[in-house]
Design a binder for this molecule. Sequence first.
Ligand code: COA
Ligand code: MG
Length: 291
Amino acid sequence: MAENPYRPRRSVLYIPAANERALAKIATLACDTVIIDLEDAVASGEKASARDRLGAIFANRPHCEMVVRINRFGGEGGPEDLTAALACQPDGILLPKIDTPRDILEAGDALDEADSSDEVKLWAMIETPKALINIAAIAELGRDPASRLACLVAGTNDLIKETGVQATADRRYLVPWLMQMVLAARAGGIALLDGVFNDFRNLDGFARECADSAGMGFDGKTLIHPSQVEAANAAFTPSDQALAEAKAIVTAFAKPENAGKGVIALEGRMVERLHLVQAEKLLAKAASIGA
Ligand code: COA
Ligand code: MG
C-alpha cells in the first residue's frame, strides 16, 4: 500500500525494548511515532530478552505509528530481530548502520519472503560515512515501492563518533551532511527525520534545535525522552501565519479573474502557481496533523 505522503512524523520517540517503565508510557504519549529499539539502547546481555518482549509490546498496540529498530541486518542478532519484528506487523522496521543501497535491498528480500503484502516499510539510519557518501543512491530506492524504503533517519551521535567532528550547540559541522540528507530524501520522495538531542533536560536548547531542523526541511525529530514531544510537535506543525498565507494563496488563485494566470500579485508580492502547489501541500499536511 502506498504511504500517505502527509503522514505526520513530527515527534518520533525511541523507547528501549528492555525498559518496561518507559514502554508502559506509550499509550499516554502524544508523539506521532514510537521506535521500539533493539539496537544501541539495549545492552548485549539483554538483546534476546528484549526481542522476546516485542510480541507483548505490540499486543497493546497504541494509535501512533510503531516502528522497530533491529540490530544490523548483516550482524549478530539482526536476522532474528527482523523475523521477530515482522511477526508484530509494525508500520516499519528501522535498519541501523547501513552503508549502501544493497544493505536495504537485502533486508527487503528477507521481508519479501515472509510478507508479500509490502505493508511493512523499511526505514534506514544514515549514520556511517559510507551511507553519507552513497546517500543519493540510497534515497533513490524510495522511487521503487518494491524496495519498501519509506524514511531516512539521521544518526548524528554515530556520525560524530565515526568522523571525529566536534559536537557544537549549533551543529555547524553536521549541518552540511544533514542538508545532503534533505536533498537526497526529497529527490527520492521519502520522509526524513533529524537526529536526537542528548541533553534532554535542556528544553530551550532542544526547542532551538527543532526550529533549525524544521527550517532545514526535516519532517520531524527523533527523540529520547517524553519531555521532548511537545516542543517537537510545535516546531513541525505549520504556524497559524503560514496557514493563513497558504489559504490566501489558494483563495486568490480560485478567483475567476485569476483562472488562466500563471503569476499574480498578492499583497505586494509575486505569487506563482508553484506557490499554489506549495500552499496546497502545507494545507494537506496541516489537515493530516489536525492543525
Ligand atoms: N520513552 C518513554 N518513557 C520514557 C523514556 C522514553 N524514551 N525515557 C524516559 N521515560 C520515562 C521514564 O521511564 C520515567 O518514568 P517512570 O518514572 O515512570 O519510570 C519518566 O519518563 C522520566 O524519566 P527520567 O527519570 O527523566 O529519565 P531516566 O533517567 O529514567 O531515563 C534516559 C533517561 C536517557 C536513559 C531515557 O530517557 C532513555 O532511555 N531514552 C531513550 C534512549 C534510546 O532509546 N536511545 C537510542 C536511540 S538514540
Ligand atoms: Mg546509531
